[in-house]
Ligand binder design. Structure first.
Ligand code: GDP
Length: 547
């Protein structure tokens, strides 16, 4: 359909073509990525520095303020403050080099990995930050594996070169062997720690000299062209031979950069630098703009959707409450997959099969929530959610396009819920229903008991839920340990077989999740294994998708 803002009387092929051209050019200049890292590797610092490039220098304080809790006034944020971790991931949009960049922040703490995982379903590329003193850490491995599910291209940043780090060759080796991805070094460090001199750019044959300084707004590092430049010998008589030797070694032993391999998620270009000194940061941003792709096609149940298609479509990958104490609402984060979203337009909520008019939408311009007027594929918009939106919900201009690939992960930790005041049972159910829909926790109703079982991928989620039940629903809930050790969603083509399974002794272990899906709650690994062996035709799923 032709958007309203085109001049009247021009409905037809010409404006349609102009519109298609506009959408194509808007898509082409977009990049949507997330940062994956183990806590403390420097994600927050790097995010701040990236925002500096948008020209909005005051924004740099925003991330820090959020982390130190200065903006944290809700009780939920209180946990974040106490723990010094970022519970809530957020989205920041900024412009750089005529590109529109959507940076999706992911909570690094392992207890919030489920949320992090789903954020990664909404990105087109990822920036992997590694503390060069520590190398590949547990959370890096988990997150990289999630990126691998969609072959997301990854740029790697070896951070903290101003400290004593591990040997750079050893670091590359570790990435290759532990993460099973080829490394193509793009820059190479000269020294480390106190004797960190800068990096040599292997493709451009130039040396960027390191000077410390954390408040630098832009990179003003001196560049020396050519490894054989006599100035280098003058400046670094000690280091130059070693550098030449290393560069030769690196050229010989490592993989040359291969764009196709990068785009397929098989190879990662590696940069060395220091986020806190803003050193090497512009290079990684440029790599993401030059090499990573604009929004790609997305799979839906019926077909693949191209980002340049004219009709709008998108899916919800995250729901968040109380992001801002001034707006005590819940926000559904929607990734636009095609077309153009315009404020005030009517879109179809596929699961409910109902049209909704979205007149108030928010975009995420780093420091504040602003009203969005238009959004294109790759952009994230925030829809006010009054309880009718769930993770995985798809929206379109009418076509039944259910996007796929937005997973729920089987929880690893379980609690049963008890309330001190039985009169509050209704509030408890309502609260858990909503928190379940948000993905804050998974809620299971066992088929033959009235207890509720909560499941999480990290125990900290229970604390968040307890605190939110208290503050938002007035329910004082007590969580108790259970005998459950794992959960698997079950399905079976053969309906009779499934019915037999439900009636068998294994049926006592069954429960329904918040969306009504059947799950098997196992009391031990052995119990799960035996049940699977006894029921070979029943499929036990460790993840489930929105259905
Ligand atoms: P996050 O947990 O991944 O968000 O990490 P932060 O950005 O909060 O950084 C963790 C710590 O590492 C902080 O104390 C930072 O100041 C410090 N840090 C970050 N980047 C660098 C760097 O390039 N060099 C040094 N020496 N410290 C850094």
């Amino acid at each position: 359909s032709i958007p309203d803002d085109l001049p009247a009387g021009e409905a037809g092929a010409a404006p349609r073509a102009a519109n298609a051209e506009l959408i194509a050019s808007e898509v082409a200049r977009r990049r949507t990525f997330g940062i994956i890292s183990h806590p403390d590797a420097g994600k927050t610092t790097l995010t701040e520095k990236l925002l500096l490039f948008s020209g909005a220098i005051q924004l740099a304080g925003t991330v820090k303020a959020r982390k130190s809790g200065r903006h944290a006034t809700s009780d939920w944020m209180e946990i974040e403050k106490q723990r010094g971790i970022s519970v809530a991931s957020s989205v920041m949009q900024f412009e750089y080099r005529d590109h529109v960049i959507n940076l999706l922040d992911t909570p690094g703490h392992q207890d919030f990995s489920e949320d992090t995982y789903r954020v990664l379903t909404a990105v087109d590329s990822a920036l992997m930050v590694i503390d060069a003193a520590k190398g590949v850490e547990a959370q890096t491995i988990k997150l990289l594996n999630v990126c691998r599910m969609r072959n997301t291209p990854i740029v790697t940043f070896m951070n903290k070169m101003d400290r004593e780090t591990r040997d750079p060759l050893e670091l590359l080796d570790e990435v290759e062997s532990v993460l099973d991805i080829q490394c193509a070094p793009i820059t190479w460090p000269i020294g480390m720690g106190k004797s960190f001199r800068g990096v040599y750019h292997l493709l451009r044959d130039e040396i960027m000299l390191f000077t410390p300084g954390s408040e630098r707004a832009d990179q003003t590092f001196e560049v020396i062209q050519g490894l054989d430049n006599p100035r280098l010998v003058e400046m670094f008589p000690q280091e130059i031979d070693q550098l030449k030797m290393e560069v030769e070694l690196v050229h010989g032993a490592s993989h040359p950069f291969d764009l196709d391999a990068f785009l397929a998620g098989r190879q990662t270009p590696v940069f060395f630098g220091s986020a806190i000194n803003n050193f090497g940061v512009r290079e990684i941003l440029n790599a993401l703009l030059d090499w990573a792709q604009p929004p790609r096609e997305r799979d839906a149940t019926v077909r693949s959707v191209q980002p340049t298609e004219l009709p709008f479509s998108g899916f919800v990958f995250k729901i968040q409450a109380n992001m801002d104490p001034a707006h005590r609402d819940r926000i559904a984060f929607l990734r636009v997959c095609s077309g153009r979203f315009e404020r005030g337009m009517k879109i179809k909520h596929l699961r409910l099969n109902r049209d909704i008019k979205v007149s108030s939408v928010v975009t995420f311009m780093a420091s504040s929530r602003e009203q969005v007027e238009q959004a294109y594929a790759g952009d994230i918009i925030g829809l006010p959610n009054h309880g009718n939106m769930q993770i995985g919900d798809s929206f379109s201009e009418g076509e039944m396009l259910q996007f796929t690939g937005i997973p729920y992960f089987a929880p690893d930790f379980f609690r049963s819920v008890r309330i001190k005041n039985p009169l509050k049972i209704k509030q408890l159910h309502k609260g858990l229903q909503q928190l379940g829909e948000e993905g804050a926790v998974q809620v299971f109703k066992p088929v033959n008991s009235s207890d509720l079982i909560l499941g999480a991928v990290g125990v900290l989620q229970f604390e968040v839920v307890a605190s939110r039940l208290m503050n938002e629903y007035g329910v004082d809930a007590v969580f108790e340990g259970t005998s459950i050790s794992s959960a698997r969603w079950v399905s079976c083509e053969d309906k009779k077989m499934l019915a037999d399974f439900e009636k068998s002794s294994a049926g006592h272990h069954l429960a329904h999740d918040a969306a009504g899906n059947l799950a098997y709650l196992a009391t031990s690994g052995v119990n799960l294994k035996l049940t699977q062996e006894r029921w070979p035709k029943i499929t036990f799923h460790a993840t489930r998708e929105h259905s």
